[in-house]
Design a protein around this ligand. Structure first.
Ligand code: ZN
Ligand code: ZN
Length: 307
């Protein structure tokens, strides 16, 4: 933990406090590795055992390395350090400094946003990952994508072979029972353990698939996760606003008028420095205006409430 301007700054995911989700992910990963090594490997015949062993343990090794690197990575905005001299000289401030963070108390990259959990500005902020206890931004986004793809491969192998053994238990019980009693002296606890592996890996697989699909979708839209969250929130607020008007019997100029959702490209767009934001981080402040008569409203929010 580093102190900047009297604020505790977390540079990577190993900084304290650790997040409970981060600890859960370590426990589940260790649980899968331990049980798979004992139960799945032992219960498989020689050929599927080799296929499982190579696929599962290779992908697990990649997964552990990538998880360590992603947790250890530091996505902090380097702009303040790189432009320290320009800022201190004051000669090119208007030209080069478009955004000022009132928490870090320095000029930052215009695409940066301040993470309230880590207390630092992150270049091209995507989201704060609770599972890694670290921010995801420009400097570690590729690492994060590699990690979730690697996780997907690892979980799909584990899930497939768990289902294979469960299928064998119900359709070829004699063979399963014979092998289980030969190796472990008991049978029923083994199928319970395999069911636990299948359920936990299945849930994780579904969640990770959703995450990968979301990032493919966001890539197509050219949005970050943070942009997407703000976009969804503004859509929900628009809907509530419209419903509130209708409940009060207020007729809009055109009943068919749809309140425009905030355009993705405008969300999170930084404006010139806000000199008076009451300590709220300037880069995270949004000012969304919809100019349609009564439906006009503005919204200021900061990442501190969203991360
Ligand atoms: Zn900041
Ligand atoms: Zn963070």
């Amino acid at each position: 933990m580093i102190m900047t301007n009297g604020i505790k700054v977390k540079r990577n995911g190993f900084g304290t406090p650790l997040h409970p989700f981060q600890i859960i992910s370590w426990v589940v990963a260790t649980f899968h590795l331990f049980l798979s090594s004992i139960v799945i490997v032992t219960m498989l015949d020689i050929t599927p055992r080799i296929i499982f062993g190579v696929g599962f343990f290779t992908s697990k090794a990649f997964l552990i390395i990538l998880a360590y690197k992603a947790t250890k990575s530091d996505p902090t905005d380097l702009w303040p350090n790189q432009h320290k001299e320009i800022v201190s000289s004051g000669t090119q401030i208007t030209q080069n400094c478009e955004a000022f963070c009132t928490i870090c108390n320095c000029y930052v990259n215009p695409k940066s946003k301040h993470c309230s959990r880590c207390n630092r500005c992150v270049d091209n902020f995507d989201h704060h990952c609770k599972w890694l206890n670290n921010c995801i931004g420009k400097r570690n986004y590729k690492l994060f994508i590699s990690l979730i793809i690697s996780l997907e491969i690892n979980l799909s192998i584990l899930l497939a072979f768990s289902i294979f053994l469960i299928d064998e238990y119900y359709n070829n019980y004699d063979e399963f029972h014979k092998r289980a009693t030969e190796k472990f002296d008991f049978c029923d606890p083994i199928i319970v353990l395999i069911w636990i592996i299948a359920i936990t890996s299945g849930i994780s697989f579904i969640a990770d698939t959703y995450l990968i699909c979301l990032h493919i979708y966001l890539k197509k839209l050219g949005m970050t996760t943070f942009d997407y969250i703000l976009h969804k929130q503004s859509q929900a607020e628009n809907k509530n606003k419209r419903n509130a008007f209708r409940e009060r019997g207020v007729v809009t100029p055109d009943e068919n008028l749809e309140v425009p959702a905030a355009k993705p490209r405008n969300i999170g767009k930084l404006s010139t420095p806000y000199p008076d934001t009451g300590g709220v981080n300037t880069p995270g402040v949004l000012d969304l205006h919809f100019d349609e008569t009564e439906l006009r409203y503005s919204r200021n929010t900061s990442l501190a409430h969203l991360a």
